[in-house]
Design a protein around this ligand. Structure first.
Ligand code: FES
Length: 568
């Protein structure tokens, strides 16, 4: 095998002391201290981005996945070398994980580009990690196989099944409404995430795994194999073997990110009823490949792409059900008439061949037939208007249709602290018909675009049985959440977008039918407010300062400007 491989290996990217032969000699001398034989050090190198971290429960299985990848690499004739990178777990970071997605992408890109590897396997999983790693691979230009940790299993509990994090939100909402006791909510805490793996619903992690598989960065079945299933280790071993195949037939990550594959990814996102966060991440990944993400195209595709997958947060199933039901192969087979089937994966296999011949098993409880969908139209719509000149997103599949056409008074919260301080105030002047607005939570704000768009229903209304209200903001929503929630309003308030000018008592009009989001305040009044508006001071230093100075808006993926494919 190795005879057929062009052996870059440790000779790749040597330091330059003016004598490259000495640099390689020195490198091998130090590598010898790890006990490798000369023959091993002459092999091509597969770098393994290891994101195991005690702060990242979703990556708890990273050590055994890395071991399995190493087996696959060794058996195929390569030298596997694992290295750590930044690892991001949704609930473990402040101000939020999104604030650090680009840091992980930058760290991973730098390590991919600087270290002596021929190809890489990227072990990711939790929400921000997969987009960060794909962004990094494209920018570094290092051929890379994606390996996700896989979803957790749902837990049977008192006649129902539970999994993070749709059920976490469901019970917490009932707790806020007084329907679940303090003791009960404490008991449930131990029942919602009971195995290793990423959230068990069609949240952001699962959506991004399905998209990565569609793009060809990993086999289709790899998107949904549960984290604790033995097949997950076998697919890790295969990732190692696939990486070695890539050495003889390198495929730049950028080659998988074409206008056609981007459109396939959008279709899949829509058919999954997937996470709104994937819109931001896809825009960022596409941007690294020099492609523009078109929100209006997404909206147009949404009108002709049915939702075919029936999983929580909008349906009933969990990721293990999707996997057992046929997974991505079955879904893509149903969608085949809408897809660009010539797009290729890392092995050069066109999508047409990857989806098989239709003889696969499919469980229609979770993966619907194209002509009998969950919904005839996709889950996402793009809104524009005077409140969102550059766009906003609504997940209509998770919203209340009766609220799609709403004109109402708004209650504005100036930021997350204001929200936390007042939302449960019994004196809050709010009715179920009002629109709740949160500003100063976008990508440039100190909040860093958190998943706070799912504003809690004010406690006094929740206790009256109110389950949903129109809510809107410049931040994101968890892919596991649901409700009539307008997200990613752009430009955000922190850069002086119209959202910055909204005040409690203003009227706002939402029309899903017309795709409009308008602030109904006259121009003279807005001009007056604009004159009074001032941007918050920039952070003094460090990563926060770099984000402040460089971050782009949500429709551009909230990437850092200088990290895009072309900038200036
Ligand atoms: Fe990691 Fe949900 S918290 S995937």
């Amino acid at each position: 095998m190795t005879d057929t491989i062009k052996p870059h290996g440790l000779a790749n990217r040597t330091s330059n002391y003016g004598d490259r032969a000495f640099a390689l000699y020195l490198r091998k001398t130090f590598a010898k201290s790890m006990g490798y034989s000369h023959a091993m050090l002459d092999k091509p190198v597969v770098g393994i981005a290891d994101t195991g971290s005690d702060f990242n429960n979703c990556h708890r299985t990273a050590p055994e996945l890395v071991e399995a990848v190493k087996r696959g690499v060794l058996a195929a004739g390569g030298l596997p070398l694992a290295f750590p990178t930044v690892s991001l777990c949704e609930p473990s970071l402040t101000p939020c994980s999104m604030h650090f997605r680009n840091l992980m992408a930058l760290d991973t890109e730098a390590m991919l580009a600087a270290q002596p590897m021929d190809v890489a396997v990227l072990v990711g999983g939790c929400d921000k990690t997969v987009p960060a790693q794909l962004m990094a691979a494209i920018s570094a230009g290092v051929p890379s196989v994606m390996l996700v940790t896989g979803p957790m299993l749902a837990q049977p509990f008192e006649g129902e099944r539970l999994s993070a994090c749709t059920d976490c939100r469901r019970f917490w909402a009932r707790y806020r409404a007084g329907e679940v006791t303090e003791e009960r909510i404490g008991q449930l805490e131990g029942k919602l995430a009971t195995t290793a793996g990423t959230c068990g619903v069609m949240g952001t992690a699962s959506t991004m795994a399905c998209i990565a598989a569609t793009l060809g960065f990993m086999p289709l079945e790899a998107a949904s194999i549960p984290a604790v299933h033995a097949d997950r280790l076998r697919i890790a071993e295969e990732a190692g073997a696939q990486a070695v195949r890539l050495i003889t037939r390198p495929v730049a990550p950028q080659a998988l990110m074409t206008p056609e594959s981007l459109e396939n990814a959008m279709r899949v996102l829509l058919a999954l009823g997937g996470s709104t966060n994937a819109v931001v991440h896809l825009a960022a990944i596409a941007g690294r490949a020099g492609l523009a993400f078109d929100l209006d195209r997404l909206d147009a595709l949404s009108e002709e792409t049915p939702v075919l997958v029936d999983l929580k947060p909008t349906g009933e199933g969990y990721m293990e059900d999707f996997h057992a039901a046929g997974g991505m192969r079955a879904l893509l087979w149903e969608l085949r008439g809408l897809l660009h089937l010539d797009t290729q994966d890392l092995d050069g296999i066109p999508l047409r061949d990857r989806i098989g011949d239709g003889t696969h098993y499919v469980d229609r409880r979770y993966i619907k037939a194209f002509d009998a969908p969950v919904s005839p139209v996709g889950g996402l719509v793009t809104l524009r208007g005077s409140l969102a000149p550059d766009g906003a997103i609504l997940k209509r599949s998770a919203a209340t249709p009766a609220l799609f056409e709403t004109e109402a008074r708004c209650m504005v919260f100036d930021g997350l602290e204001d929200l936390a301080r007042r939302i449960d105030d019994p004196e809050l002047d709010v009715t179920p018909q009002d629109i709740l607005v949160l500003k100063n939570a976008g990508p440039r704000s100190p909040a860093g675009m958190p998943e706070a768009g799912y504003l809690p229903i004010p406690k006094k209304l929740a206790r009256q049985g109110v389950k949903d209200m129109v809510r809107m903001s410049d931040c994101r929503m968890s892919g596991t959440a649901f409700g009539t929630v307008v997200l990613h309003i752009a430009p955000e308030a922190a850069v002086g977008g119209p959202l910055a000018l909204a005040r409690t008592g203003d009227r706002i009009r939402l029309s899903v039918k017309e795709r409009r989001l308008d602030l109904l305040v006259d121009a003279a009044e807005l001009a007056q407010r604009r004159a009074e508006w001032a941007a918050a001071p920039a952070p003094a230093r460090g990563w926060d300062r770099l984000v402040h100075d460089q971050v782009m808006q949500a429709p551009e993926g909230a990437d850092l400007r200088f990290l895009r494919a072309s900038w200036g």
